[in-house]
Design a protein around this ligand. Sequence first.
Ligand code: A2H
Length: 253
Amino acid sequence: EGVQPQEYTLIKMEVVSPFPSKLGVLEGRRVFLAAATLRPETMYGQTNAWVLPDGKYGAFEISDTEVFILTQRAALNLAYQNYSRIPEKPTCLVELTGYDLIGLPLRSPLSFNEIIYTLPMLTILTDKGTGIVTSVPSDAPDDYMALHDLKSKKSLRAKYGVKDEWVLPFEMIPIIDIPEFGDRAAERVCKDLKIKSQNEKEKLAEAKKLTYLKGFTEGTMVAGEFAGRRVQEAKPLVRSKLLEMGLAIIYSE
Ligand code: A2H
C-alpha cells in the first residue's frame, strides 16, 4: 500500500437468486459482490466479475438487509467506515473461497449486459481493495488479457469449471475513445506491446500506465448518459450518480 490513502468506488454487483447451496444461508437477503474500482465511468462496459480462485472471502452483514461478499480485511476497513450492521464489528455469515463464487450470475449497475458472470483471475491481490474486481476489457488491460485467456483456452475454462456461456458471448463494448488508441484502448495497447497472457505483469503494468493516463486526459465518452463528454468531466458525474442511487459506496484504504 502507498503512503496516500486510495479512495475507491465500491460497485454493488448483485447476486441473482436462487443462490447455490454454498450461499444458501443468505437466501432472502440482498447479496452483492463488492468490486473496488478507480474507473466508475467505465461501468457501462462490464462483461464479468473477477475473483481469485484460492482467495478467502466472506459474506458480511452491511445492514439488516444487505450482505457484501469481499475479503475479511476489506470488511474490517468498511466496518470502521460505518458500513456494518454492528458498528466497527464485521459479522461474517459464511466463509467462502473464490471457487465458491465462480459462475455466480450478477446484475451490476449501469452495465449494458444485463446478467454477467463471476470468473477466475489469477493475478488478483487479496491485500488491495476488496479482492473482487469488475471487468471492463475495453479499457482495462488486465481485464482484457484475463478474458482473452479464458476465451482462447478451453483447458483453462475446464480447470476452473467455467462454462462456455459465461465467457464466449461477452464482447468488448466501446465506452471511451482515445485519439491515439481508438475505442477499445486496452486491446489495442495489449496487441501493440505483444502481451501474451494475464501473467505478463511488467508489460501489463506498462499497458495500464499508457491507457490510464491517456484515457483520463484525452478520452471522450462514446456510450452511456454522458456520451460526447470528456472522461475528466464524466468520471465524477457517473460516480455521484451511482452513490446517490445507492448502487455504490465510497471505500478508502
Ligand atoms: B479498475 P490501484 Cl476500466 N487486485 O477498475 C488486482 N486489481 C485490482 C484489485 C485487486 N485486489 N482491486 C481493484 N483492482 C483493479 C476498472 C478499471 C481499472 C479500468 C481501467 C483500469 C483500472 C475495471 N476493472 O485499473 O493499484 C481495478 O480495476 C488500473 C489502474 O489501486 C481498479 O480499477 O491503482 C484498479 O485495479 C485499482 O488499482
